[in-house]
Every structure is written in C-alpha cells, then in structure tokens.
Design a protein around this ligand. Sequence first.
Ligand SMILES: [Zn+2]
Length: 499
Amino acid sequence: MSRSFSVAMTAGTHQALGVVLVRDDRQEDVCLALYRPSTGEARTTALLTSVVPPVDSDRAIHGNATVFGEYMLRGAERARDDGCGLMFAHSHPGASDWQPMSRPDREAEASYANLIREITGLPLVGMTLATRDEAWSARRWDIGAGTGVDCTHAENVRVIGEQLRVSWNEQMRPSPFASTRQERTVSAWGDKCQSDLVRRRILVVGAGSVGMDVIVRLAASGIQRLTVMDFDVVEEKNLDRLIGAAQRDVRLRRPKIHVANRLALASSTAERRQFEFSSRSICEPEGLSLALDHDLIFSCVDRPWPRAVLNGLAYSDLIPVIDGGIAIDTNSRGRMLNATWRSHVVRPGRPCLACNRQLDLGLVTPDRQGDLDDPSYIEGAGIAPEDGGQNVSALSASVSASLLAQYVSFSVAPGGIGDPGPIQYSLSSHFLDYRDDAIRPHCPVEPSEAVGDLRPDLSGEHPIAEEMRQMAAAVDRRTRVLRWADNRLQALTNWIDRR
Ligand SMILES: [Zn+2]
C-alpha cells in the first residue's frame, strides 16, 4: 500500500497565509511557509509551522504571480536552518473547492522541486488556496528527480481552530453517496457537511462504556473510516456499563474490540467502510504510529499514561482530541453526593489536559511502571484507585453525549459557533459550567506545537497490554469450538440483517 499524504495547520497559520494570498485587488499571490513531517503508519502529514511572507521584490504580480528564485532560496535556507521542509503556496482568486493543477502551476512547482529537496532534505510541498471558500489543495514533490520529478497529491488538508475544517481531494476520496438510511442526519446539516464528516478518519481510543457508545453513534451516522484501539478483554464487572457486551463475551474472555466490531458493523449505515480494530495501546510505538494516520481522536481512556500521549499528539501533530470523563462523589456510607462530567476539545489554542487539570503529569511515570496497579503504592501515595472508580451506566451515556456534542460543535459549528471550550456538568444542581482554565505559563506540552516527528516521545513497552493480548490469544485457543459456534451464529445474524 502506498503512503498517503495530508497537510495540517492551525487556524492562526491559515489566517497568516490568507493575509498574503487573499488580495483586495483579486490578483493571484504567492507565499512560503515551513513544515515539519509527522509520519504515521500509512500516512505522512506536513504540519505547517511558520509563514515566510514575501517582500515586494520577491514576486511579480500581473493578474497571475511569478515567484523569483531569491525568495525560494531564502525560504529554503531558513527551512534548512530550522530543520524543516518548505511549502510554496499560491492563490486561485474567486475559485472554490479542491483545485486541479494547471500546466503553469505544475511547471512552476516542478522547476523548484529538485533544488528545494537538495537544500532542505525534504520534498517541496505545493499548496493552492481557493479564495472563495478558503479551501486548500496540496501535493508533495516526492517522486523521481531531475526532469522526471513528480508529485503525490494529498488526500486532504486540515485547518484546526474553533472548528475543524477539512478540504478534500475528490479524486482520491470522492464524496460518498448519502443513502436514505442517513436522510434524517443529512437534513440536519446538509450534504456537504455530511460528505465531509463521513470521510474523516476517526480513532476511538478505549472501547469501554463511553467509547463503545461513541463508536456505535459514529458508525450509525455513516462514518466510513473508523479505528478502535483497545487491548482489554470483557470482564463480568464491565457488564453494568458496557452496553452491547453479553455474558458469553465474558465467558469467552473476548477482547473489547471484538464487541466493538460486532456493534459497529450492526449500526453502520455507510455503503463502503474501512473499520479497523486494533489491540495495540496508544502508549506503544505501534499504537502511536497508527494514531498519526487519523484526523480526529476520541480519548475514552482514564489512565494517565495514554491520556498524556493523546494530550501530546493534539499539539505536536495537530490531531484534535476530544476528551472527557466523570467523577462521582460518595460519602463514607457510600451514598452519592454528586457526579460531575467534563468534556473538552484538546487542540492548539485551548488549554491542554494538564492545564485544565484533567491530567496529573506526575502520575504518568508511576502508571508507566505499573505502580498504579499496585495497591500498596496507591495507598502510600494517597491516590484514588483507578479501577475502583465509581461509574453508572445511566450516567456514562451523559459523558458520551457530552463528548459527541463537542464533536458536533467542533465539526459543524452550529450557528457559526465551534468548540465551546471545556465544560462541566454538575448532576446535583443540573448546572452546566464553562470552565475558565487557562493555558499555564510553563506548560510543558503546548510549546511542542506542530513539531511532528520531533515530538517528546512518551511511548514505550506496555507489559500489561502485551499480557492481555497473550491471555486473549490463549483463551482463543481453548475456546475454539465455542467461538466457532458463536461466530457462525453471528454470521447468520449478519446475513439475515442484510436480507
Ligand atoms: Zn498545558
């Protein structure tokens, strides 16, 4: 499978490029920017970092724009000095949607592609801004050399601000046909929005009570490319919250991703889909690498280590993370005093999970070392044991609803309002509060914005994930006959469903 390519930038970078590229006199213009690569399992993303605006003598404007060599060289040298690649953008005034390459566009970029790669060590990225709807298109000059140099077109370009705005390459990722099964959804936000949302590659980390609900609802809304990551198996104690898991899943010690697979397929309304269920952990290098192929991530895990990894990715690799959780307060007699649930989009421009006090970075190392599974350590450190965390099914639906509502606001911006910022709901008073957590002055996470492959690497071996996978494989071998019968039954159910 050939690697796909994408470009991501913050709304701030998009705006800074727009200042140069969108001219009052409606003529074309050009602008350079630096980028850093973010290399996932199957996709490479160019993360735009800083804009290198032109001065008057850098180009000639005559309806179209002609860029001069000195500007390209200045940009390339700065990119090299900063350890970055170079992006060359031009505008198509009055145009909308993903732009095809005209012959002059192609010739202009090809004429500099070899030189820029020589100087920076990274392929030149070319981009076009259609000024009417501010849609981007992009390609990377990474094929061949000399006169045979050619480009790989991007599958999408993502702009991350109060709203996640994605421009799509219709040739590579064509708008899907919305079936009558999605009629009510489409009537809520229109065809264009639906065709954008269903093409995004979404990762759900954690298939527990909240994650499973998110998976089912994304599948029902017609999402085509969904990945679920979880290494855990279904246990008896999960059944009061893991809707859709059955007693037989406990008996067969089935991985949660097995249940997720079953439920996602049963709920999906997509005509064509590419669902992936992975038993990796986001904390393992392979899990992290897979995560980098996604446009948006739902964080449905409560342990500090995976949440720290996701918190980092949101800034270092410009992949927005929708996170949330619930805390239930009880008194010494075990009676409920209150429950609060929070939700937030983690992205540049918003406080990270450490700044909004949803993640104690001091617990990452003990979690990594397995200390949080050691009762004597937990007691000594005065930490509330994670797995004893109270939760009830009736309220996990509120948590998943809150995450999904953040997702809709961030993706669709109803009434022009995108991500609302961190919010908290208090059950006892039924009061919804906008939290005013600010970015802390010495936050160790947010300064790593758009560093891509230079990210502070928190991944490593995860013995518990490995143990779970081995246990699941061992149970798999022992219960072969039972599983065979259950799988046949499931296949029959699927067959009947399709009739
Ligand atoms: Zn922070």
